[in-house]
Write a protein that binds this ligand. Structure first.
Ligand code: EPU
Length: 421
């Protein structure tokens, strides 16, 4: 298995271009199933998760071509309706095909995704929304069997759960509602930019949706959708990871192809830490000369501080003099990176859903194990400021969501390479 090898101590300098957002591209790929015509999706990152989704779509009968960041998806007149355990268990976002399959075929058999290293990740809200639209749902042998008798019917749906809104549940239910008869409303809808991007694509396909980006979506069902062309938004989590890496190393980096308004929660925190941030039209310049200052952060649904940047923020706090606290409100168990960061010399103590971080002067390079995608990114950026050499193992997690991260960091002056084994 590959590993990433980093020798710490270099300040990042220069320019880096952010790729398209994985978490936007995945539901948009599923949405393409809603029409029999071909759709074109541009600015798609070449990642393992995208390849997994492409494989699933092919197994459903769609023709999928992926070249130079552009996907061409032609579902055709009929689709198979089975999303097997083998694919869904490797990538939870596969569950996004449920809404489109029910909407178009009236039937779907989708494996339950099961456990996840960042904690329990139920899909009850997805199912509640689809049932409200008239789908009859049974769980049998680890599969969700969803069937619609005549057609889906518009409904009033409340999608709030114990941890607030859900990004993929909102997407799944919205994708089913666009082909339902009549009007649907989704209350407590997720407001994440990826949901807005999905709605934008659905509207290009002929769907009638208003309110995207707010907690209340209104959807007027239509009979049929057509193929459409879109380009996915840039990846705000990848951008945030580079912004933090630049801040931690005391560097000067221009992050390009970024939507600055998506980064407000992170920028607010980093400015409190003493980092200089300048927003351009599609760029963010990050500089730091003085010492980092401690800060507290709590993850929340958008526009709050993203859970997908919690691990990276913890790496930054680990080398910030003083005590910082980070509280995880989306996935209270998403702390697998703590023990690995502590192996690098950080002093992080868990107290329920909060991590108390006592900043240390230096981290020390060590062999560490990535547990999930964002934890891997945190270990990589921790390696950039650690004394000596850090080896990050199990980088297949990283490859699910970061396109060529080692090449991009190398181009910014980091001492980093991938050892292929
Ligand atoms: N939840 C429920 N019931 C549901 C669905 C979710 O209780 O039916 C809970 C979850 O357990 C969690 C909270 O609601 O506590 C929010 O989860 P959400 O459904 O929003 O997560 P998701 O849609 O499955 C997406 C991203 C995740 C990201 C979260 C939160 C994709 C493919 N995944 O997941 O990204 O952490 O939103 O922003 O879009 C990652 O990229 O590393 C990643 C994990």
């Amino acid at each position: 298995m590959d590993k990433i090898v980093i020798t710490g101590g270099r300040k990042l300098k220069g320019e880096v271009t952010v790729s398209g957002a994985k978490n936007s591209a995945l539901p948009i790929m599923a949405a393409a199933l809603l029409s029999e015509e071909e759709s074109i999706i541009e600015n798609v990152p070449d990642l393992r998760d995208i390849q997994t989704m492409a494989k699933l779509m092919r197994s459903l009968g769609a023709r999928v071509l992926f070249e130079n960041g552009t996907l061409a998806i032609k579902p055709g007149r009929t689709l198979k309706t089975l999303a097997p355990y083998k694919l869904v268990s490797t990538m939870r976002a596969s569950v996004c095909v449920l809404g489109p399959l029910i909407g178009r075929m009236g039937y779907a058999e989708v494996s339950l995704p099961g456990g996840c290293v960042i904690g329990p990740r139920p899909i009850d809200l997805h199912l509640k929304g689809l049932e409200a639209l008239g789908a009859h749902i049974e769980i049998q042998h680890g599969y969700v069997n969803a069937r619609v008798k005549k057609s889906l019917r518009g409904a009033e749906i409340y999608l709030g759960g114990s941890f607030g809104s859900s990004v993929l549940a909102t997407g799944n239910v919205m994708m089913a509602a666009v082909l339902a008869q009549g009007k649907s409303t989704i209350e407590n809808a997720a407001c994440e930019p990826e949901v807005v991007d999905l709605a934008r694509f659905l509207k290009k396909m002929g769907a009638r949706i208003t309110g995207e980006g707010s907690p209340r979506l209104e959807i007027e069902g239509v009979k049929k959708l057509h193929g459409a062309k879109t380009a996915v938004i840039s990846d705000r989590i990848e951008a945030g990871t580079f912004i933090m890496a630049a801040a931690m190393t005391g560097g000067d980096v221009l992050v390009k192809n970024v939507e600055p308004s998506h980064q407000n929660a992170l920028i607010d925190k980093l400015r409190q830490c003493g980092v200089k941030i300048e927003k351009g039209k599609n760029t963010i310049r990050v500089r730091r000369n003085g010492r980092l200052k401690p800060v507290d952060a709590t993850t929340l649904p958008y526009p709050g501080f993203p859970t997908d940047l919690q691990a990276q923020m913890m790496a930054l706090m680990a080398v910030t003099p003083g005590i910082s606290v980070i509280t995880e409100k989306i996935y209270p168990d998403r702390f697998m990176h703590v023990s690995e960061l502590n192996r690098m010399g950080s002093k992080i103590f868990l107290e329920g859903p909060s991590a108390i971080v006592h900043g240390v002067k230096h981290l020390s390079g060590a062999p560490v194990m990535a547990s999930d995608l964002r934890a891997s990114a945190a270990l990589v950026i921790a390696g950039l400021v650690a004394e000596g050499t850090t080896e990050v193992h199990r980088v297949y997690h990283l490859d699910r969501g970061y396109e060529k991260i080692e090449e991009k960091l190398f181009a910014l002056g980091a001492s980093i390479h991938r050892d292929r084994e």
